[in-house]
Design a protein around this ligand. Structure first.
Ligand code: NDP
Length: 274
């Protein structure tokens, strides 16, 4: 990985988060060991998992087997909906630590908004105060979920991990998070692989002599959005972090942002049934 610029964002508590991480949804527990070792070898230092992905054991084994020091890796996991609530979140957190074989997390997120968010958030605050997690945040929170939480919390969420790509820019949420110093993290940044069908992005790939994936991920970085593309393939993992030696012009940045059509590849947090 070229280490010249913009590799980290600063969270509201002063903690650094690598701009690019490896997403691990749909990487099985058995595949995770190899995938994580490969990613760390390539230069990734940020791994995104969740208890619901069922791969925390493999992720932990990959980290330990890589030879990279734990303290040099930014590791995120998430509390699943069934575990929300105060005591159950504390328990779920400890179970994640155990599966991952680590004694702290860099970031712990509420995976989806539910009616129990406020109790869950109190547990997140406890974990943060106890130093078991270095940063806390949410995922899939719309502006109204954040407003609700901000009115009740003692510690503000530092991150909101949401679906974000050229077809789903969510500009109101984006602005709200920026104003409140909540770092946006993009999930499904590559539209779950469907980005290759977008002709405007293909044209830009030709113009900048790079792949469509690289165009999107570079756009994320220039937007100030932390991004976590998933791949199980070494060549693609490499391609996805090789984005620090070119700059997309302001005009082309605007062109990509204007592709927004409110299209989701994942569930809408307002109708997810919690
Ligand atoms: P992505 O948008 O990252 O796309 C992944 C797909 O794109 C895979 O099929 C992958 O295939 C393919 N791909 C990766 N790189 C390239 C490339 N350079 N060229 C062509 N194809 C490529 O989808 P995800 O949904 O996985 O999102 C990323 C991560 O975000 C997840 O893994 C997870 O960690 C997180 N996430 C969080 C959610 C939440 O609710 N908080 C919800 C969904 C995801 P292959 O592996 O074969 O290379």
């Amino acid at each position: 990985m070229n280490t010249t610029e913009n590799q980290y964002a600063m969270l509201s508590n002063g903690m650094k988060i690598p701009m690019i991480g490896l997403g691990t949804w749909r990487i099985g527990d058995d595949e995770a060991l190899g995938a994580i070792k490969t990613a760390l070898e390539i230069g990734y230092r940020h791994i995104d998992t969740a208890s619901i992905y069922g791969n925390e054991q493999g992720v932990g084994a990959g980290i330990r087997g890589s030879g990279v020091s734990r303290k040099d890796i930014f590791l995120t996991s998430k509390v699943w909906n069934d575990d929300q609530g105060y005591d159950s979140t504390l328990k779920a957190f400890n179970a994640s630590l155990e599966r991952l074989g680590t004694d702290y997390l860099d970031l712990y997120l509420i995976h989806w908004p539910t009616r129990r968010n406020k109790d869950t958030w109190r547990a997140m605050e406890t974990l943060y105060r106890e130093g078991k997690v270095k940063a806390i945040g949410v995922s899939n929170f719309q502006t109204h979920h954040l407003e609700d939480l901000l009115a009740a919390c003692e510690i503000k969420p530092m991150v909101n991990q949401v679906e974000f790509h050229p077809y789903l820019v969510q500009s109101t949420l984006f602005e709200f998070c920026r104003r409140n110093h909540i770092q946006i993290e993009a999930w499904s940044p590559l539209m779950q692989g469907k980005m290759v069908d977008v002709s405007e992005l293909k044209d830009l790939g030709e113009k900048y002599n790079c792949s469509v994936a690289q165009i999107i991920l570079r756009w994320d970085i220039q937007m100030g959005v932390v991004t976590i593309p998933k791949s199980i393939r070494r060549d693609r993992m490499k391609e996805n972090v090789d984005i620090f030696d070119f700059t997309i012009s302001e005009e082309d940045m605007a062109l990509i942002t204007a592709l927004d059509r409110g299209k989701r590849f994942g569930p809408n947090p307002d109708n997810f049934g919690f």
